[in-house]
Design a protein around this ligand. Structure first.
Ligand SMILES: NC(=O)C1=CN([C@@H]2O[C@H](COP(=O)(O)OP(=O)(O)OC[C@H]3O[C@@H](n4cnc5c(N)ncnc54)[C@H](O)[C@@H]3O)[C@@H](O)[C@H]2O)C=CC1
Ligand SMILES: O=C(O)CCC(=O)C(=O)O
Length: 428
């Protein structure tokens, strides 16, 4: 079964319901939190380079903003669905709550394939997206950021369009901006580094020395590359990395049993995180099927590509020695697979805790933009590590005390915080 057979929104609601039952959550609060508060669907007409007009479908979903403006990325993907955006917006609410930053949850997307679009066409999509939703987003209500196949350049086009429409400078409207244009030091690295900060603390608690561990990673984009870099800098060895290959419309795993050289692979990857097959072969990498990343005899698996990648039909292929799954992607593990990991005593570091480094740094970016005073990289990363480590420790405490999984414990903390905000405002 492929990941597209799973509905991420149903999975997000299933995860929520399970913990809402455990918490005996008030019925009104439950009804409010198990679905988004607002969603926008719109068309974005774009004049293409060949002179024709194409209409793209765009979305923004604001799941909950009781704790602060909705926050979350914008994804460009050909298989994007509104249910995926709904799920991602829900997970953003829990993510901001579990790291205790004063933001809610939102997410956006456009059904498009940037591989097939010129930069001018992508710019028109960005500007068109903002034109359709400019009245319903802003630093005071909903603050976008990058996600899959979007980056700082897309954010800057969006900012420029927003500022043109509203007639002013609003650098806090969007995060993940380039340095020098209101971006924060460390934002590019933040999600991947955050994954490793959490992993370091978890391994420490397990009495495992990181520099004696091996890992296999799915994805080689923003999150995966920076996670791989910090993990290897700390002495870990990455044995395999998988990524999507647009030319062959399939994924491959690149393996080097002596340990991959992350910088060398970054040099031969394109901006979409696709590794060049031929050059990888020249550098001595074995080319394996896409799913092989999951089957490696390693200590740590880091899914950092897309949702529902570890599912009931492949979870049994995980090697017996795997001790930790550190979820860099949003929703990479389906509930059935999650249950198998739990039974096998594999520690799963849940997505909305483990990959919260990106939004935490986005929050820092907003704070810096609002005060117009920018911090150096060390300061940003020190603060980031503190937020990530404290959140991990708090989740671990709840998991131990209540004898529940790390995922359920992260939900317990996040749902309680959001429920409290919703009730205090008198919404439910
Ligand atoms: N960029 C960010 O700050 C954050 C991203 N995330 C999540 O992390 C995940 C990855 O995001 P980014 O790294 O930003 O995206 P990206 O677009 O930079 O990279 C995605 C990577 O996944 C690979 N990929 C796609 N389909 C694949 C498949 N079927 N098999 C193997 N590899 C595949 C691509 O080749 C690429 O290397 C997503 O779930 C995203 O929502 C979560 C928190 C923050
Ligand atoms: O940086 C942000 O605001 C959100 C990043 C994001 O989309 C995510 O954490 O999934």
């Amino acid at each position: 079964m492929t990941h597209s057979s799973y509905n991420p929104y149903k999975i997000a609601q299933y995860q929520f319901d399970k913990v809402a039952d455990l918490l005996e959550l008030d019925d009104g609060v439950r009804q409010l939190l198990r679905q988004p508060m607002r969603e926008y669907h719109f068309s974005i007409p774009v004049r293409m380079d060949d002179g024709t007009v194409r209409v793209f479908n765009g979305f923004r979903v604001q799941h909950n903003d009781a704790r602060g403006p909705a926050k979350g990325g914008i994804r460009f993907h050909p298989m994007e669905t509104v249910d995926t955006v709904r799920a991602l917006s829900m997970w953003m609410t829990w993510k901001c709550a579990v790291v205790d930053i004063p933001l809610g949850g939102g997410k956006g997307g456009v059904i498009c394939d940037p591989h097939q679009l010129s930069m001018r066409e992508q710019e028109q999509i960005c500007r068109g997206w903002v034109r359709q939703i400019a009245k319903n987003i802003g630093p005071w209500s909903d603050v976008p950021a990058p996600d899959v196949m979007t980056d700082g350049q897309h954010m800057l086009w969006m900012l420029d369009e927003f500022e043109t429409i509203h007639g002013g400078r609003f650098p806090g409207f969007i995060t993940g901006k380039p340095l020098g244009n209101g971006g924060s030091q460390g934002r590019t690295e933040a999600t991947g580094y955050g994954v490793v900060y959490v992993l370091v603390t978890a391994l420490d608690e397990m009495g495992i020395a990181l520099d004696k561990t091996t890992a296999s990673i799915q994805g080689f984009g923003n999150v995966a590359q920076h996670a791989a870099r910090l993990y290897t800098q700390l002495g870990g060895k990455v044995l395999a990395i998988s990524c999507w290959d647009q030319n062959d419309m399939t994924s491959y795993t690149y393996r080097k049993k002596s340990g991959v050289n992350v910088i060398e692979l970054q040099d031969i990857a394109d901006k979409f995180g696709t590794i060049d097959k031929k050059r990888a072969a020249d550098l001595g990498y074995e080319l394996l099927p896409g799913d092989a990343w999951l089957e490696q005899d390693v200590d740590i698996l880091i899914p950092a590509a897309l949702e529902s990648q570890i599912h009931r039909d492949n979870v049994e292929n995980i090697a017996p020695g795997v001790k930790v799954v550190a979820e860099g992607a949003n929703g990479p593990t389906t509930p059935e697979a999650d249950e198998v990991l739990h039974q096998r005593n594999i520690l799963t570091l849940p997505d909305f805790l483990t990959n919260a480094g990106g939004v935490t740094c986005s929050y820092f970016e907003q704070v810096q933009c609002n005060t117009n005073y920018f911090w150096d990289k060390n300061e940003v990363l020190q603060k980031l590590e503190k937020y990530m480590t404290s959140a991990y420790i708090a989740v671990g405490d709840v998991a131990r005390r209540q004898k529940i999984s790390m995922r359920d414990a992260a939900y317990v903390i996040a749902i309680n915080r959001v429920a409290k905000a919703v009730q205090a405002r008198g919404w439910a």
